[in-house]
Design a protein around this ligand. Sequence first.
Ligand code: GLN
Length: 409
Amino acid sequence: RLKEGRALAEDVWSIYNVANLPADCINLGQGYMNFAPPQWVKDAATQALQGVAENHYSHPKGRMRLRQAISQSYGPQFNRELDVESEILVTSGANEGMYSVFVAFLEAGDEVIMFEPFFDQYLPSVTFNGGKPVYVPLHPPAASNKSPTSNEWSIDLVELRNAITPRTKMIIVNTPHNPVGKVFTREELQGIAALAKEFNLLVMSDEVYDCLTFDGKEHVRIANLPGMWDRTVTVGSAGKAFAATGWRVGWLIGPASIIRPTLAATTRIVFCTNSPLQEAAAAGLEQADQRGYFATQRAEYTERRKILTDAFDRMGLTYTLPQGSYFILLDISNVNFPEDYPFPPSVLGRGRDFKACWFIALEIGVSSIPVSEFYCEEHANIGEAYARFGFCKDVDTLKKAAERLQKLK
Ligand code: GLN
């Protein structure tokens, strides 16, 4: 079934994987932390492994302790009591949760609207399930010698309306946004919500970076807008919340009408999510508030963000200042590299940004992700202007990367 195109090509995370890059290259590519989860969360994982039940199957809905912890922490954020039996589903990472929503809801030819650039996994996850991705642009700010903020990337509600057809089933919202870092405003989400209601569409809201907003930006949940709870599924992730991306523990929150069919899909795909790390994620959520964990984490990320933006300022290159997530888009349209550089075959056939990122990784020693991967093939040229740098690294590593990047000036 996967005969051609993006679906069969090597994905960007594999091409720029540390395994393919020199050992001393600093990896600011994939969102890959170089620090461990907090000690108290790791302790909970270790403790879970000493048990009996914690090493065996969980209920496909997720372990009761984790569903209860999700209900307790997120209920107030959704202004409602979240029913642990019917409104919460633990998934094997946010990605599997989203995939299961597509399995449960897409019929052949159903159209799924996504704002472009989009997190790359959405595209194959939709097409593998017979859906058709439809793209609505997040318009980059007009070129200028001043660095814009992520919220200057704008949506046009007329374009969104025009993208809706009788086959449209769902809109994917992603806030804070990967790779732009945009935190959608209440007004923008109200505009999207009004169209979802007018045309009776589902909304999948990928909010895995919900705990990472900066500059006082408020994270608004589209599920909370009037009339939206019943048609929205919200996606969350322990990996982002607790620096544990390899745990593959995520969750979905939504009405029973969405959670129940998605549970059927997830049960057949993975049956259940790994048990001991669900216990640890539960401990994380149970104790986060009393430890002031998310506020500390936000302050740490604000400092990390500044190390990179200061470095880019010194280089005289413009970037998008992210107001959420841990990614920065650097404008690389004026970064030069030799055309005849020995690029590997996986990079050779791709856009200018793939080559620039490869060159920067090998010659400067800092890896990043080419942004055309977050565009469909037809619009890839827009993404070719950018490389995405992650700042989910400790301060010393970011400072070292900042030093190395000065050679790009
Ligand atoms: N979310 C991660 C990122 O954007 C990558 C996830 C993945 O490797 N598929 O860096």
